[in-house]
Design a protein around this ligand. Structure first.
Ligand code: B12
Ligand code: SF4
Length: 481
């Protein structure tokens, strides 16, 4: 059977004029996960439009398309194209789950929720000649799942080919998050068996990992055992967590000892009323400053996430937030304009209040205002968002933030990381076009590694073999020569 799996891209990611590094970071892990359920003799082709030009001349038996909100229109065009050629088109992912009726107009079969139960069920129905038009996930477990087909990933096209998820969902329920909508109808937070997670980590070549889990620390027992198992592996890794998980107990120390070097932290807002408004109660009353200090003391860099446009925000929110983040020595920041994704509690509330002003999914990219804000005009919100990025990443701010560090190493690492991501964008554009992005992986690793006296100095197999594991991994033929 011929199976084509596509991750379509939003227009910006394919621009002939400028390529952002964020689209060459991670491979299509969801599709590689689904490919694990296919037979070894099936012919599988995974194509990621963010990093390659799609070949659309084939006629596979099944076409699988993963639909995000910002790539939904492109996904539907591709689906229509393949249906016209007679392929059986399957649509799934976050946006399909939020708006199944919209997706169903372009598909033979749609999938609601995670694919670990529905996809194998579909495959056996398809092989038996009677596939259904809709499959809804209800049985949520990662136990016994086959390994992701990482051999189908073109590692050389990504800066971070070793993305990994060892859990699904999150124990919290913030109103603006995709999570409640996506996991409706079953469990919304569950983890892999620790041994399976460790085995998957062992199989990954190289040294650097990026956990894409929504909240790697969400199940403390699991996280504790995972970090114990990772100690001594010599990995350098990045992940996401909550303020609460940084402040409570000693999990964060264990994570740092196991190689955590940078954490994406959902601060979202400095205003307690806004936290209540968005049901982000786990952040209420938490000392943000103490959480950052704790991370920095452990040699872990902070990528702070902030959302603008909540109902309690006015036009002073941008400067206040940026100033605070710079003063705290936050190394990198990700700003978002509040976006009411269909299916979320936030969307329901705004729709009920008649405040949604656009249903153009291309604009749901957290950079456009698609609703009527309360404390300022949409124009002020959009301009403030761009100003926040500009102000946070201007040279003076980067230097001020870097100088909050207590060691020279810390200052240098802050400078290198912030400058690398935001000041060297033309360089990223060039290396992406030349398909040399993988060559910069060692630079990323040395920035992550080269900071503070808290890092493990033990020698590991990875110190001498840059892509250890290559010998047993068939993808080595795809790495750049
Ligand atoms: C990594 C990531 C990225 C990466 C790379 C994405 C990639 N290569 O896949 C980058 C940095 C490029 C990125 C960019 C953006 N992202 Co993003 N990203 C994520 C993140 C953190 C993890 C995705 C992941 O790998 N999950 C792990 C794998 C195993 O799960 P999965 O991909 O969902 O696949 C499973 C199911 O969805 C399902 N499935 C998926 N497709 C199909 C198809 C079929 C047929 C079947 C049966 C099943 C199925 O089965 C898979 C196995 O269970 C998610 C949050 C999350 N936890 O999902 C946000 C998320 C997907 N991103 C989001 C957004 C908004 C964006 C941006 C617009 C952000 C921005 N401002 O720039 C851009 C643009 C995205 C685009 N290309 O259109 C939203 C999407 C909201 C929505 N309603 O679509 C999410 C949910 C986060 C959020 N804010 O709520 N993102
Ligand atoms: S803590 Fe993060 S992942 Fe969990 S529900 Fe809130 S926004 Fe979503």
């Amino acid at each position: 059977m011929k199976v084509k799996m596509i991750l379509p891209a939003l227009t910006e990611a394919k621009s002939p004029f400028f390529r952002q590094i964020k689209y060459s970071l991670f491979p299509p892990l969801g599709l590689a996960t689904l490919a694990g359920y296919l037979d070894p003799n099936d012919e599988i082709d995974i194509q990621d439009e963010h990093v390659e030009v799609l070949n659309l001349d084939d006629v596979p038996d099944i076409v699988v398309i993963q639909v995000y909100i910002t790539s939904a229109y492109r996904a539907y065009d591709l689906a229509d194209h393949y249906r016209a050629l007679g392929a059986h088109v399957c649509l799934g992912g976050v946006h399909t789950t939020s708006l199944p009726e919209e997706a169903a107009r372009h598909a033979d079969t749609i999938f609601i929720g995670p694919g670990e139960d529905t996809w194998p069920a579909f495959l056996s129905d398809f092989r038996a000649g009677h596939p259904n038009t809709i499959y809804r996930s209800t049985r949520r477990t990662l136990l016994g799942m086959p390994p992701a087909r990482r051999d189908l990933i073109k590692r050389h096209l990504y800066l971070v080919p070793n993305s990994i998820v060892v859990s699904r969902g999150c124990p919290h329920a913030c109103d603006f998050c995709y999570k409640e909508a996506f996991f409706r109808g079953g469990r919304s937070f569950y983890v892999q068996a620790v041994d399976d997670a460790l085995a998957e980590i062992e199989r990954l070549p190289g040294r650097h990992l990026y956990f894409l889990d929504d909240h790697l620390f969400g199940n403390p027992r699991f996280a504790d055992a995972l970090f114990d198992g990772m100690r001594g592996m010599g990995r350098l890794w990045q992940a996401a967590g909550t303020v609460r998980s940084i402040l409570q107990g000693d999990l964060i120390e264990k994570a740092a000892q196991a190689g955590l070097r940078s954490l994406f932290v959902g601060f979202e807002t400095l205003d307690a009323n806004s936290l209540r408004e968005q049901n982000k109660t786990q952040n209420l009353g938490r000392d943000y400053t103490a959480s950052i200090r704790r991370l920095h003391d452990l040699g872990v860099m902070v990528n702070g996430s902030f959302v603008f446009g909540m109902d309690h925000d006015d036009e002073t929110v941008f400067d206040r937030t940026v100033e605070w983040a710079v003063e705290q020595g936050v190394e990198t920041a990700t700003f978002h304009i509040l976006t009411p994704y269909p299916g979320t509690a936030l969307h329901q509330r705004m729709a009920a209040e008649g405040r949604i002003t656009s249903h153009d999914w291309d604009r749901y990219d957290t950079r456009h205002v698609v609703y009527q804000p309360i404390g300022m005009s949409p124009e002020v919100l959009e301009a403030g968002y761009w100003r926040a990025y500009h102000d946070f990443y201007r040279w003076g701010s980067i230097l001020t933030g870097a100088l909050t560090k207590e060691t020279v190493e810390g200052t240098l690492r802050h400078l290198a990381y912030a400058i690398g991501w935001k000041k060297l964008e033309p360089m990223w554009d060039t290396v992406i076009r030349l398909r040399h992005v993988a060559h910069l992986r060692p630079a990323l690793e040395s920035i992550l590694r080269g900071f503070g006296g808290h890092m493990s100095t033990e020698k590991t197999p990875f110190d001498t073999i840059p892509e250890a594991g290559l010998a047993i991994n068939p993808v080595h033929s795809l790495t750049p020569k």
